[in-house]
Design a binder for this molecule. Structure first.
Ligand code: TYD
Length: 207
């Protein structure tokens, strides 16, 4: 039996990691074999590419290089981890997926949504998420949260205008595909967000 593929998306600092951990616990309690992964990363090769992408020293990186590296990391993750896990009937939860490229590279960097899909088609094949949660919050709030936590990576160091384009880009994407992309207000309390996500996942599993 084919498994289920869930992705978590949102601007930097939206709190994806906490929600993913909670959802994993919940699905595990329900008896699912859960596989957690993250982008860029999740395999040895993809984690090495993550290092290239997020190193704050790599300020000279061209937008097209960035697009191709995210897609390359994704191709390896889908081929090595996500595809086999879904085929084995697992519940796969990924911290970011192709929607991140559509928004960050396609919209915020301005490379164009169609270009992003074209480049990513060979990377993702038939593996589009069954459901995607968008943790929506104002760019300023997300970046302020990040600044409190750790040193900012290359993407997080981008201008506030860039991050505003990201937040707005996600809203546009969700409005275009409301069947798959479910928006949750990430400024709500953690437990409230968690309950909303669980409710939606239950509906999906029942349907
Ligand atoms: P992430 O690991 O989610 O960062 P953090 O855990 O610190 O919030 O993502 C790393 C960064 O890469 C994030 O700024 C978003 C960016 N990104 C893209 O620009 N394109 C992509 O396709 C992906 C997957 C991530």
């Amino acid at each position: 039996m084919r498994g289920i593929f869930i992705t978590m998306e949102g601007p930097d600092g939206a709190g994806k990691t906490t929600q993913i951990e909670r959802l994993k616990e919940y699905l595990t309690e329900k008896g699912y074999d859960v596989l957690l992964t993250r982008e860029p990363g999740g395999t040895v090769i993809s984690e090495a590419i993550r290092g290239l992408l997020l190193d704050p020293e790599h300020k000279e990186m061209k937008p097209s290089t960035e697009l191709l590296l995210y897609a390359a990391a994704r191709a390896q993750l889908v081929g090595e981890v996500i595809g086999p896990a879904v085929e084995a009937g697992k519940a796969v939860i990924s911290d970011r997926f192709v929607d991140s490229s559509v928004v960050y590279q396609g919209i915020a960097r301005g490379l164009g949504v169609e270009t992003v899909y074209a480049v990513n088609r060979p990377a993702i094949g038939e593996y589009m998420p069954d459901v995607t949660f968008l943790l929506d919050l104002p760019a300023e709030v997300g970046i302020a949260r990040k600044k409190n936590q750790a040193e900012l990576d290359r993407m997080e160091q981008e201008s506030i205008d860039f991050h505003k384009k990201v937040a707005e880009g996600y809203r546009t994407l969700a409005a275009r595909d409301p069947e798959r992309i479910l928006t949750v207000d990430a400024t709500l309390p953690i437990d409230t967000i968690c309950d909303m996500i669980k409710g939606k996942v239950n509906e999906l599993l029942a349907g």
